[in-house]
Design a protein around this ligand. Structure first.
Ligand SMILES: C[S@@+](CC[C@H](N)C(=O)[O-])C[C@H]1O[C@@H](n2cnc3c(N)ncnc32)[C@H](O)[C@@H]1O
Length: 237
């Protein structure tokens, strides 16, 4: 059983103004209960978006965090980190995770990625080619991603066709599929449907974000049949 009391203390308005999808902080709260993060660690928060996860990592674990994202600029995130009083421990970085990331080998003590890894890590090579060298052997890895309850092989079910394009849907896969991609890289490998799936989605759908408004119809059409959230945790082999 997970306990989400850490997420619950954050200002709901601040969170909903900065969500880019299902409640990122709640997802992070859940996956970080499956790995060990300690104060002296240097953490890569890959695909951090508006940096809600980086705020949480600093405030809840006191870790030094490198907040890397492509769609959100470093300046945008820096302003948010200042506002949240975490700027001394978070380094905002604008970078593309599919290009060589600007870090030294074995720089990181942990890797976190919430609602992002499916965009660039959804292939057999990514972890080995782009991430493995950056994180230390034995470093905790915790990833949360949207996925599907069964493998759809990129074929969009009729109910979801009005809402999703081929490119977006191709990033979504089931637990067995992600097991093939990631199990070989992680000791103590664990993968499961997330307990917070329903709440994380409803927190997002309740926001004023126009994309969330579109997603309301999508989730109604889905009716719990295809979409879920998946967590992957382990230690870098
Ligand atoms: C749906 S948003 C989620 C953001 C944030 N993690 C959250 O959960 O609120 C997906 C994020 O993945 C990031 N992303 C996608 N492709 C990326 C890439 N190649 N390199 C770095 N970040 C990427 C985007 O910049 C975007 O912020």
């Amino acid at each position: 059983m997970y306990n989400y009391h850490r997420t619950e203390k954050y200002d709901k308005r601040f969170l909903s103004q900065n969500f880019m999808g299902p409640n990122a902080m709640l997802m992070l709260d859940e996956i970080t209960q499956c790995v060990e993060l300690t104060k002296e660690m240097r953490v890569l928060d890959l695909g951090c978006g508006t940096g809600l996860t980086s705020v949480f990592l600093v405030k809840e674990y006191g870790v030094q965090t490198f907040a890397v994202d492509l769609w959100i600029t470093a300046t945008d995130n820096y302003k948010r980190f200042l506002q949240m009083g975490v700027d001394d421990l978070v380094v905002p970085i604008h970078a593309d995770a599919t290009v060589e990331l600007p870090f030294a080998d074995e720089y990181f003590d942990a890797l976190i990625s919430v609602d992002s890894y499916h965009y660039y890590g959804n292939n057999d090579d990514y972890f080995e080619k782009h991430l493995k060298s950056l994180i230390k052997k034995g470093a905790p890895v915790a990833i949360a991603i949207p996925g599907t309850k069964q493998e759809m092989n990129g074929i969009i079910p009729d109910a979801l066709k009005p809402f999703l394009d081929d490119e977006g849907f191709a990033t979504l896969h089931c637990i067995e599929w992600w097991t093939q991609i990631l199990e070989k890289h992680l000791d103590d490998f664990s993968i499961k449907e997330m307990d917070c799936t329903d709440t994380a989605w409803s927190d997002w759908l309740a926001t004023d974000n126009p994309i969330a408004k579109q997603d309301i119809d999508m989730m109604k059409a889905d009716n719990g049949k295809y979409l879920n959230l998946i967590s992957v945790t382990g230690k870098r082999k």
